[in-house]
Each structure stands twice: as structure tokens, then as C-alpha cells.
Design a protein around this ligand. Structure first.
Ligand code: ADP
Ligand code: ASP
Ligand code: MG
Length: 404
């Protein structure tokens, strides 16, 4: 069987007009003799609305019930797609996670797909049907509905491609590929024809929303090639694949950024073994993700200053947890909710000297102050004042010749 997995994101199924267009795209693959498995997101805005409703009902909504709620949007869009295909004369039906089933493990809202049962879908495909699978959802060993993280339909599609040994996995979205930076913010962004899993994973983790980071980990582990395309316009997309398939490795492949960071500085922390662990333990236990961390060397050997970043939405909770933490003492806490992180990503930086200097110099020339720096093998991130973020992205995009 020649199988293709097609994923449609929120904007691609955002209205009944868009869903009619999606049905045409699906039909075009059927005409090319493919067996098609579709993974669909909820219509854009629906999941956000469900999240908002949960918050209005309770700030302590039970995790298992929360997943039942927020996964509901996918049921709607899948049925609408199947309905349109039926209207056009095709055999099609929706498949919810529990009906296949798609088995997941891990905590609610952050589960990962472990296994997809093939039997039901294979016999449906053999009967000429087009299965429209609800993305983002699965079930756990207790038979409860789970979700796999925001933007998770990307991972649903990749795992479907893996388990059904699909020839292609195509991610249809509202841009025609992965760009050197967000094309909706920076008009000089350029489409990338081919990108490695490693670079895409960094770009996604550092803010390029076009692909969900976990989905790239899944693709890399299972060697699933991904084609990112537009459901709006006909044009070639981006291939995400293993590094070996790529010949022209640029020094820097792209610039990613986030706009929802906050910075916390603890001044005058008593410097003793175990102090950093004591600060971060309650944050970890409350699922607050700490990103960049810098500890200043204490001048007197007794006290130190510690700065770290978190997501803006976690700032209030973080401050509260720090202030009531009896295991630590500090003189002062300073918070800043108006910072952003900009990162350059590229495998080429491993072998090219001077990248760090060029990055810092390009920002300095634009008078942009660097607040915190963090690096890994293939990325350098800096924290800047949020008002400078677009200027910083443009400057770096130009510095590393990404405009051509
Ligand atoms: P979908 O609903 O199809 O899953 P998303 O909104 O999750 O789509 O992702 C697509 C969006 O990602 C684009 O509209 C674009 O603004 C944003 N984006 C951010 N960085 C990039 C990038 N480097 N390349 C392409 N798109 C990007
Ligand atoms: N509907 C879910 C979300 O908005 C999953 C997805 O769109 O991929 O996060
Ligand atoms: Mg998405």
C-alpha cells in the first residue's frame, strides 16, 4: 500500500470554506492512487477557547478532565472533513484517539504517543475509506483521554507516518515551508528548501512555532522525512530530513525568537552547596520550566546573585514560590516581564570560529543590550529587552546572510 499522511493545522481547517479546500487536497492524493491517512487539528481558536473556559471554571481543573475538554475541538474538524469528503462521493469517517486506539504514556497534557494500533485503520484503508484521525489526543493505560502538548497534531501525524510506514508525511499549514525566521514578523525571511532534524528541533524549541518540538524528536528517532507545505497556495515546501542528506550546510540556518519570557534575579543569595537545587526544586514540582540560568561568582564567597528566565505566564507563581521557600534566603528579588529571547541556529557554527563575536557585534551596532547568554553546540541565545526583539532578529538575519 502506498500510504501518505496529511496533517492539517488549525488555520487550514479554520472555516468551512477552508475545510472544502482541504477535502480537495485530500482528493488530489486519492486521484494519484495514494491511500491517505489524515491527521487534523481543531479549527483555529477552538483549543484556546476551551483552555480559557477551563480557567474560568477552576484554576485547579483536574488534569484528566482538562484533557477531555481541550481535545474536543479535533472531533469537530475531523467530522467536518469526513462530511465534506462524503459529500464529494468519497468513503470517509472520523477516528478519535480511543477508537483506533492511539496509546500514550506520561502526564496528562504532556503525554507522548507510544503505539498506534494498525488493525482498524488498515482494514478501513483496504475497504477504500479515508480515515480522518483526530490529532493531539490519545488514551492512557487507564483508558482516559490524554493530550500530547499544544501543537501536538504535528506529532500525531509523524507517529501515524511511522506506524503505517507512510511514503510521505506532509504537514499542511498556513505558510509554504520553514523560513529562516518567522515570515509573518520579518518580511525578509527566506524559505529553507531542506533542513536537518537537529536544526529544526533547535529552531522549534527556541520559538519557531511552525513545527512542534516533540514532533521533530519523534521524526528524528523514527527517521520520518517531513514535507512542510501550504494548504493555501500551491508551491514547493521544506523538507526536514537527516543531516547526511544535506550538502550545503550554512553557518547559520535560521533565527528564532520568543516573546513571552520573564526574568527573575535573586540578589544576595546565601552561597552554599545545594542552594541552586533548593531554589529550583519547588519550581520543578510545579511544572515551571526554567530556561536560561546565570549565577554570578560571589565577591566575598558568602553571597551570590542568581538570574534565570521562565515563561511570562509562570512569573506570578514563581515569585510566590520563591518568597515562601524556607530553604533559601536572599536580600532582594527583581523581576522583569518584558524580555525576549533571540537565538541563532546552525550546524555550521560547530566548525566556524567567530560566530559568537559576529552575533554580539551585530547587536551592539544596533545598540541592543544583551541581558543573558546561553549556548549549545548548534545555537546561541541571548536575552534582550522585548522592545528590541524585532530589531535584533532583523540585525542577526542580515549579519548571517539569510536574506539571500
Ligand atoms: P498550524 O496551525 O498549521 O499548526 P502554526 O500556527 O502552529 O500552524 O505554525 C505556523 C506559523 O508558524 C506560521 O504562521 C508562522 O507565523 C510561524 N512561524 C514561526 N517561525 C517560523 C519559521 N521559522 N518558519 C515558518 N513559520 C514560522
Ligand atoms: N488543537 C491543538 C492546539 O491548538 C493541537 C494542534 O493544533 O496541533 O494546540
Ligand atoms: Mg502548529
Amino acid at each position: 500500500m502506498k500510504i501518505v499522511v496529511l496533517k492539517f493545522g488549525g488555520t487550514s481547517v479554520g472555516s468551512t470554506i477552508r475545510i472544502k479546500k482541504v477535502a480537495e487536497i485530500i482528493a488530489s492524493y486519492i486521484k494519484k492512487k495514494y491511500k491517505v491517512i489524515v491527521a487534523s487539528s481543531a479549527m483555529s481558536g477552538i483549543t484556546n477557547d476551551l483552555v480559557k473556559k477551563a480557567k474560568e471554571i477552576s484554576n485547579d481543573f483536574l488534569a484528566d478532565e482538562y484533557d477531555v475538554l481541550v481535545s474536543a475541538g479535533e472531533q469537530m474538524s475531523c467530522s467536518l472533513i469526513a462530511g465534506r469528503l462524503n459529500h464529494l462521493g468519497y468513503k470517509s469517517r472520523s477516528w478519535l484517539g480511543w477508537q483506533i486506539p492511539i496509546l500514550t504514556s506520561g502526564a496528562h497534557s504532556a503525554s507522548r504517543i507510544q503505539k498506534i494500533n494498525k488493525k482498524n485503520i488498515i482494514s478501513y484503508l483496504k475497504s477504500g475509506g479515508i480515515p480522518i484521525v483526530a490529532g493531539f489526543q490519545g488514551i492512557n493505560s487507564q483508558n482516559r483521554i490524554t493530550t500530547i502538548g499544544r501543537g501536538g497534531t504535528d506529532a500525531s501525524a509523524i507517529m501515524l507516518a511511522k506506524f503505517f510506514n507512510a511514503e510521505k508525511c506532509i504537514i499542511y499549514t498556513d505558510v509554504d515551508g520553514v523560513y529562516t525566521t518567522d515570515p509573518k514578523t520579518i518580511s525578509k525571511a527566506r524559505k529553507i528548501k531542506i533542513i536537518s532534524y537537529e536544526e529544526m528541533l533547535e529552531m522549534a524549541s527556541l520559538g519557531a512555532k511552525v513545527m512542534q518540538p516533540h514532533s521533530i524528536q519523534d521524526a528524528r528517532l523514527n527517521r520520518v522525512n517531513i514535507d512542510v507545505r501550504s494548504s493555501f497556495i500551491k508551491s514547493s515546501g521544506t523538507l526536514i530530513t537527516k543531516r547526511k542528506n544535506i550538502s550545503n550546510n550554512k553557518i547559520i540556518r535560521g533565527v528564532s525568537f520568543t516573546k513571552n519570557d520573564a526574568k527573575v534575579t535573586l540578589i544576595g543569595v546565601k552561597d552554599k552547596p545545594g542552594i541552586a537545587a533548593a531554589i529550583f526544586e519547588p519550581l520543578y514540582k510545579n511544572s515551571i520550566n526554567v530556561d536560561m540560568v546565570v549565577q554570578n561568582i560571589s565577591s566575598n564567597g558568602k553571597e551570590t546573585d542568581l538570574t534565570f528566565t521562565i515563561k511570562s505566564e509562570d512569573l506570578y507563581k514563581t515569585e510566590r514560590l520563591l518568597k515562601k521557600n524556607k530553604k533559601i534566603s536572599f536580600r532582594k528579588i527583581i523581576v522583569d516581564n518584558k524580555v525576549s529571547k533571540v537565538s541563532i541556529v546552525g550546524v555550521g557554527m560547530v566548525t566556524t570560529p567567530g560566530v559568537t563575536y559576529r552575533m554580539f557585534n551585530a547587536l551592539a551596532k544596533k545598540n541592543i543590550n544583551i541581558i543573558v547568554i546561553s549556548t549549545s553546540e548548534i545555537k546561541i541565545s541571548v536575552l534582550v529587552n522585548r522592545k528590541n526583539i524585532n530589531k535584533a532578529v532583523s540585525a542577526l538575519h542580515k549579519e548571517f546572510n539569510l536574506e539571500n
